[in-house]
Write a protein that binds this ligand. Structure first.
Ligand code: CDP
Length: 227
């Protein structure tokens, strides 16, 4: 994976963790735009590795996957909106139902996490950034200037994900989406390596009854109050 520059003192890091469908990607993207920060969608990187694994038929072959991930180039373009896997735009492929159901199994492999986390930390050295995922507040950026844990009820999260999938013409039901989210939550919180958990110094934000704009304003308020 490609080399990056070192972080300097005036750079600000905002780290966000939370479960699937909590709204953290949308919130992080908007905060990044408002503050002119880099946006890092860490889940997209695990998804890109999963696309690679599916294409090469090695999703269940852990040794081969570990070997291949070292030779994968994962990069972002368009301030995090586009993800490139070996220079190919895979932004649509990473959201497929097949990737949704396999990604947590790929992401639990410690050697894969190690490679991806190093890459994320190098991106973090480039400038002020807002990064979101499952272990950003705990493992990737434990010294982040601001930490948030964004959550919502499982029914609310499933409803949001269903709307996204329907907008992409994916034919599914609320029951199926909720079952998929529960299964992924369980894998992400119970895995041995870097499970999803609330960092002791993170501010917890429940978005069940809040709009995206309210959450964005809350985060901007926190950041500006420390200016
Ligand atoms: O967008 P959504 O919340 O559905 O998931 P995502 O952020 O794209 O992450 C997809 C999956 O990648 C998660 O369910 C985790 O299994 C894994 N992941 C991870 O292990 N660590 C991260 N920092 C981010 C994602």
């Amino acid at each position: 994976m490609r080399g990056r520059m070192r972080k300097t003192a005036y750079q600000v890091t905002i780290a966000i963790d939370g479960p699937a469908g909590s709204g953290k990607s949308t919130v992080a993207r908007r905060v990044a735009e408002k503050l002119g920060f880099l946006y890092l969608d860490s889940g997209a990187m695990y998804r890109a590795v999963t696309v690679f694994a599916i294409r090469h038929g090695i999703a269940e072959d852990t040794p081969k996957l570990i070997d291949m991930v070292k030779r994968c180039h994962i990069d972002f373009a368009d301030n995090g909106k586009t993800i490139l896997l070996n220079d190919e735009n895979v932004s649509t492929d990473i959201r497929s139902p097949e990737v949704n159901s396999l990604v947590a199994d790929v992401a639990k492999i410690p050697e894969i996490r190690h490679e991806i986390v190093r890459h994320q930390q190098r991106i973090g050295e480039e400038g002020s950034l807002i990064a979101e995922g499952r272990d950003l507040t705990t493992i990737v950026f434990p010294n982040a200037d601001f930490k948030f844990y964004i959550d919502a009820s499982v029914t609310e999260r499933a409803g949001r994900r269903l709307a996204e999938l329907r907008a992409q013409n994916v034919d599914t039901t609320l029951k199926a989406v909720e079952a998929g989210i529960r299964a992924r939550d369980k894998k992400d919180t119970s895995r041995a390596h870097s499970p999803l958990r609330i960092a002791a110094d993170a501010i917890r934000v429940d978005t069940t009854q809040r709009t995206i704009d309210e959450v964005v304003d809350f985060i901007l308020g926190q950041v500006k109050s420390k200016d």
